[in-house]
Design a protein around this ligand. Structure first.
Ligand code: HEC
Length: 185
């Protein structure tokens, strides 16, 4: 009895579905009917592309690492000094911060900028040589300017904002300042 009912439902879907909605809808309807016995990746109910709703953070969620400083990228390209002028380094240059910055610098920056920050990393030879981070020019840059370089990248330098959090970027800035003080060129 159940089998007959199912068979007539399937027949109805196959017979009338295509006339109204095309073959794909009939296939989807059949897939729904057969979904539970065949849970594999070929026969499944697919989420419609562009219609997946990404949930906003829960109203009770609290940011624990501070607000990541967001900068207007168009303005950065046009006028980086102006765009970063108001950005202040919120992380005190404690020994722990400098140490953390060194760790991150070794992880992300040494391949191009080199351990001594002279721009002689292994990658630099086959890439555009980066400037010496201990040079007068970079000493004259503001903390926010250097922060923006790491987070959003430069004219040539890639961005690293997806690999390092805001607080750790300020640690890197503190480490660069520490190196500029203790190993002048
Ligand atoms: C893939 C190689 C590469 C990596 C990795 C890299 N940089 Fe650079 N960086 C460059 C190049 C090339 C330049 C010069 C060209 C430019 O300005 O884009 C540069 C320029 C800079 C400048 C100079 C900005 C100025 O005033 O001209 C700073 C500061 C800097 N990088 C910091 C960093 C820090 C900190 C890291 C690690 C988080 C890092 N870079 C990782 C290639 C790299």
């Amino acid at each position: 009895m159940a089998k007959a009912l199912l068979a007539s439902m399937v027949a109805a879907v196959v017979a009338f579905g295509p006339q109204f909605h095309g073959c794909r809808d009939a296939m989807t309807a059949l897939t729904h009917l057969t979904y539970y016995p065949h849970k594999d990746m070929r026969t499944t109910v697919a989420p419609v592309p562009q219609q997946v709703v990404l949930l906003a953070p829960d109203s009770a969620s609290v940011p624990v690492t501070g607000r990541p400083d967001h900068l207007d990228e168009q303005r950065l390209i046009a006028d980086r000094i102006g765009a970063t002028a108001a950005l202040r380094n919120p992380v005190p240059a404690s020994a722990a911060s400098v140490q953390g910055g060194e760790r991150e610098f070794r992880r992300l920056c040494v391949p191009c900028h080199g351990k001594s920050m002279a721009g002689d990393g292994a990658v630099a030879r086959s890439f555009i040589p980066p400037p010496d981070l201990l040079s007068e020019a970079i000493r004259g840059r503001s903390d926010g300017y250097i922060y923006s370089y790491v987070r959003y990248g430069g004219a040539v330098m890639p961005r690293y904002g997806h690999l390092i959090g805001a607080a750790s970027i300020w640690d890197v800035v503190n480490y660069i300042r520490h190196m500029q003080r203790t190993s002048p060129r």
